[in-house]
Structures are given as structure tokens and as C-alpha cells.
Design a protein around this ligand. Structure first.
Ligand code: 5GP
Length: 246
């Protein structure tokens, strides 16, 4: 963890214009998974708020809306019949049952976004991540967010006052199942503290989009961001993941 680039990278200039074309000429699927309670939503929402080149893939779900969630923004909340029609019409690129509810990703917005050079971020479980990466192998990057410890995860799940004890127990069991899938991912980020974890996510994203070499048309220290990604890899987050599930 020695090569930590300085704090100047953390706050982009307010005049940040990211209108340079993506390195690969098309957008990417930025697939982010983690067990519930590892901080994935906070991290991905911040990336979306900061960077104008990404859209959030709003999933369809049959799960009831939680307090504060907005239809069409957090999820498209639909009933089982509606969901079934989408499956029958082959409108979903992937769909799975998670925690007893159905979740799915619409196919059409993905092709449209990446062809236009926009990136899409996906908050899906490991099954969804595998399925999307199989269908868009060259366009996908898979990122897994790890909690610092299982007890932290449990504590974070308990803080969610909206869930009952039974739901929390189910989520914890699912979290461990989810953690066991870490090897399928391109990048692992241990979310010990939000800020450094965010900086790694941001660096992974920006170097994926613009490359690892500084460019005159991109007002970002790409080589420095690439060093941050390399430092994260060198910190051996896989060893942490193995310890969590052992
Ligand atoms: P929550 O109900 O807490 O919002 O999400 C529960 C789980 O479902 C999370 O792991 C989330 O990543 C996953 N999820 C959300 N949308 C989708 C989706 O469209 N497909 C899949 N496979 N999983 C999803």
C-alpha cells in the first residue's frame, strides 16, 4: 500500500471536460458486485455523480420499494406479471432471483449506450455479472467490493432499519455465497475506508476508459491513476477475500 498518489488526484478541477473519445472507441460495461452492506451503492453513486461519461443501468425488480427509493431511478419497480412479460419478450439481458425477488437488466439500453461511447455501470449480483460478461466479453470490466471483515458487513446490514432480522440473516448467508465468487472479477477493492476505496474505483474506471498513458486531450493524470490501480493489485486483495471466506 506504499504507492499512494497524492491527494491532488482526488478532486478533479471543476472545469473537467471529459469529451475525449474512449480509448477503445466504444463504451464499457462497468459491472460492480459485492455482498449487501459492503458499500457498493455509495461508491457507485459517487462515481456517477462525479463523472459525466457513465449512465446507471436501472434494473427491473419485483421487490417492494424501500423508503427513499425512487421508481425509474433506483429500480424500475414492476409486478411479477410485468417481469414475466419482459422475460417472455426477451427484453432482459439477464434475470435472476435474489433474496426471493426477481431482478433483471434490460438489454436494449446497453447496446445503445456502448455504441454511443457511453459507459454503463451495473449493480448486479455475481450471477448477473457472469451473465453480462459472457454476453459482452470484450466490453466488460468486473469489479468486486469487499468488506474489511464479516462482522463489519453484519453491522452494516443491521443498521439498515428497513430490513427485518430474518431478511438480515438471509442477506448475510447470501453475502458469504457472493464473496466466494471473487475470483471471477478483474479487480477487487477492499472497502476499509470510503475515500481510498473510492479513489481506486475511480482510477480503475478512468484508466479503463482513457488508457494508462497521459494524453493531451484528457485532463487527468492517467499514468498516476494507473499506478493507483497497480498498487491496489499489489496489496493482494485476493488474499483478503480468501481469508474472509475461509
Ligand atoms: P437490493 O434488493 O438490496 O437492492 O439488491 C439485492 C441484490 O440484487 C444486490 O446484490 C444487487 O446487486 C442485485 N441486483 C440488483 N439488480 C440486479 C439485476 O438486474 N440483476 C442481478 N442479477 N442482480 C441484481
Amino acid at each position: 500500500m506504499s504507492a499512494t498518489p497524492d491527494a491532488a488526484v482526488t478532486t478533479p478541477p471543476s472545469s473537467l471536460h471529459l469529451d475525449a473519445p474512449p480509448l477503445r472507441g466504444r463504451g464499457s460495461l462497468i459491472i460492480v458486485s459485492s455482498p449487501s452492506g459492503a458499500g457498493k451503492t455509495t461508491l457507485t453513486r459517487r462515481l456517477l455523480a462525479e463523472l459525466p461519461t457513465i449512465d446507471f443501468s436501472v434494473s427491473y425488480t419485483t421487490r417492494p420499494r424501500r423508503a427513499g427509493e425512487r421508481d425509474g431511478v433506483d429500480y424500475h419497480f414492476v409486478d411479477a406479471a410485468h417481469f414475466e412479460r419482459m422475460v417472455a419478450g426477451d427484453e432482459l439481458a439477464e434475470s435472476f432471483e435474489v433474496h426471493g425477488n426477481r431482478y433483471g437488466t434490460a438489454r436494449a439500453p446497453i447496446d445503445a449506450a456502448i455504441a454511443r461511447g457511453r459507459d454503463m455501470i451495473f449493480d448486479v449480483d455475481y450471477q448477473g455479472a457472469n451473465s453480462l460478461a459472457r454476453q459482452w466479453p470484450a466490453d466488460s470490466v468486473r469489479i468486486f467490493i469487499l468488506p474489511p471483515a464479516l462482522v463489519t458487513l453484519e453491522a452494516r446490514l443491521r443498521q439498515r432499519a428497513t430490513d427485518t432480522a430474518e431478511v438480515i440473516a438471509r442477506r448475510l448467508a447470501k453475502a458469504i455465497e457472493e464473496l466466494r465468487q471473487f475470483e471471477a472479477y478483474d479487480h477487487l477493492i477492499v472497502n476499509r475506508e470510503l475515500e481510498p476505496a473510492y479513489q481506486v474505483l475511480r482510477a480503475i474506471y478512468l484508466t479503463r476508459r482513457y488508457g494508462e498513458v497521459d494524453r493531451p486531450d484528457v485532463p487527468l493524470p492517467l499514468a498516476e491513476l494507473a499506478a493507483r490501480v497497480a498498487a491496489n493489485r499489489a496489496s493482494d486483495p485476493a488474499a483478503h477475500a480468501r481469508a474472509l471466506v475461509s
